[in-house]
Design a protein around this ligand. Sequence first.
Ligand code: PXP
Length: 247
Amino acid sequence: MAKLAVNVDHVATVRQARRAEEPDPVTAAALAELAGAQGIVVHLREDRRHIQERDLNLLRQTVKTKLNLEMAASQEMLKIGLSVKPDMVTLVPERREELTTEGGLEVQLNRETLKKYVRLFKDADITVSLFINPDLDQVKAAQWVEADYIEVHTGPFCEAMTLSERQEEFDRIQNAVKLAHKVGLGVNAGHGLDYRNIGWLADIAEIEEFSIGYAIVARAVLVGFERAVREMVELISWGAAWRRTGL
Ligand code: PXP
């Protein structure tokens, strides 16, 4: 069964809306772990719109499962990543004006630079994942730069408006996942996943971990953090039964 890694960025989004001290993403991470999450994810963005360095440092000291730092491939983030030493870094593209990460990394076109970043993190014993679109050429490029993992971008699948569109996106994801697995890359998946669409992907055996943030935090506001995490863990475990029951 795939693992659930909970992204707590949006707990920090609420805190930053008031530049206040609460809610604290560090507390949310601890509750998520108690509720069965097997990893915690944060994205330290260049503009620090949600997660702050204080959060990252405290999470490094308190996370008991696995800390995955999403970051842009930039000199500033490289320095922070190497000093904080998360268990995994996931390199993502980043644009200041975007509401959330919009697309996967262009690995092929940036392969020389990305290969250097991958090497530097691996030399520091940090596992490296690349967030990519479900595209076979990007998978091959991820292998070329010697990444350990890919995280497949599930956004377009989640945003599909019709069943046939969703099926098309599902097939793209499945093909990318199978190729990645075949060439020895570990496979995670995330972006836009929620309580309704997770069943489709939860029984793709090669996906090791789902990285989910917004849907869990949104539900947590209404039902509490632990319950929101537990319900997602359950849905992942039921994966096969829920798959393709509709949009
Ligand atoms: N994976 C990556 C690489 C992301 O950038 C995000 C968004 O921060 C997520 C997963 C989680 O997406 P969501 O918040 O839509 O669950």
